[in-house]
Design a protein around this ligand. Sequence first.
Ligand SMILES: [Zn+2]
Length: 133
Amino acid sequence: MTEQSISCPRCGHTNTSDSRFCNKCGNPLVADAAVAAVPPSQSAGAKAIISLILGILSIFMLGFLAGIPAMILAKHEEDEIRRGRSPVAGEMLAKLGFWLGLIGTVLSGLTILLIVFFIFFGLSFPFIFSCAL
Ligand SMILES: [Zn+2]
């Protein structure tokens, strides 16, 4: 028999060369390597890490200036992970970056509202007061 065979990269089972999936474990065989996802043992992607850093910065000092890019980057990275283009290891970081960015953005938004509120009432209070007299 001259028939070639492909051994499964996962379980080592020997399959005929025309099989696309392992007969034993169902793992896609080497022919599909071009479509294969990023190896699962990789560390988190750069975008996931950057979004986490931006999320932290947004909470501690930059507010929405870092929070909004953190959320955009995190969503983008989650998308890439779902499509298998970015390492799954970054999923938690991206999620964390998103929530930190959201919290930072909301906090800075509230702070700005509060400042505007106080400026408004700080300026108008004497006026209201004089009218009441
Ligand atoms: Zn197999």
